[in-house]
Design a protein around this ligand. Structure first.
Ligand code: GDP
Length: 198
């Protein structure tokens, strides 16, 4: 089975998911797909910690700012009038600030999932960043109708319930940040045998 890409990914249920009592529902969706929970905890993250989680690098900020700019334009709103800037980097910095404030405002539930192509599979189950675009059957598509237009006008991040690492490298970095080695566990799920053999 040398071609099987065994990966780990970092997920956390954001304050909106925890406060709506959807922790069990979210876990159920990953577990039933065959992803194995290998670490799990509730954390009230501090702003300093989230500063590291949401990288201050220009690529991330420009992408985030660009998406926000598009959302304003799609709603027929003047981005400069609304945010004071039309520079994606500056807007990205603002959204990152809203995210850090929001995620540090109340406890989240963080966990690590392990499985074949766990990073991409988890993102598929989570759905598109913007809930109105997320397909039915995904977590964001089924449980949120938040829109970037409303969120941007209220100066807050889109409430899409959940974070899931975007790439294998990001996952490795985030798992090291959120979990100590002794908080991660190795065991065999019974259904692994069906897919990977004895
Ligand atoms: P994700 O990987 O799907 O969570 O998406 P990103 O890394 O691009 O964005 C991080 C988070 O920022 C998202 O989960 C949203 O909570 C928030 N966000 C993304 N785009 C926008 C936007 O256009 N406006 C606002 N207000 N928040 C956004």
């Amino acid at each position: 089975m040398g071609d099987v890409r065994h990966e780990r990914t970092l997920i956390f249920i954001k304050p909106d998911g925890v406060q709506r009592g959807l922790v069990g529902e979210v876990l159920r969706r990953f577990e039933r797909a065959g992803l194995k929970v290998v670490g799990l905890k509730m954390v009230h993250a501090k702003p300093d910690f989230l500063e590291k989680h949401y990288p201050n690098n220009e690529d991330f900020l420009r992408t985030l700012g660009g998406k926000t700019q598009e959302a304003f334009a799609a709603a027929g709103l003047d981005v400069k009038q609304q945010t004071g800037s039309d520079d994606p980097l500056t807007i990205g910095r603002a959204v990152r600030g809203w995210l850090i404030d929001y995620v540090s405002s109340s406890p989240v539930v963080a966990f690590v999932l392990d499985g074949i192509q766990a990073v991409g599979t988890a993102r598929k189950i989570v759905g598109d960043t913007l809930p109105f675009r997320a397909a039915p059957g995904t977590i964001r598509g089924d449980f949120s109708i938040d829109s970037p237009t409303v969120a941007n006008l209220q100066r807050r991040p889109v409430r899409n319930m959940i974070h899931a690492s975007g790439t294998v490298d990001e996952a490795e970095f985030e798992i090291k940040m959120w979990f100590r080695p002794e908080e991660l566990f190795a065991y065999r799920r019974v259904d692994e045998t069906l897919i990977q053999g004895e």
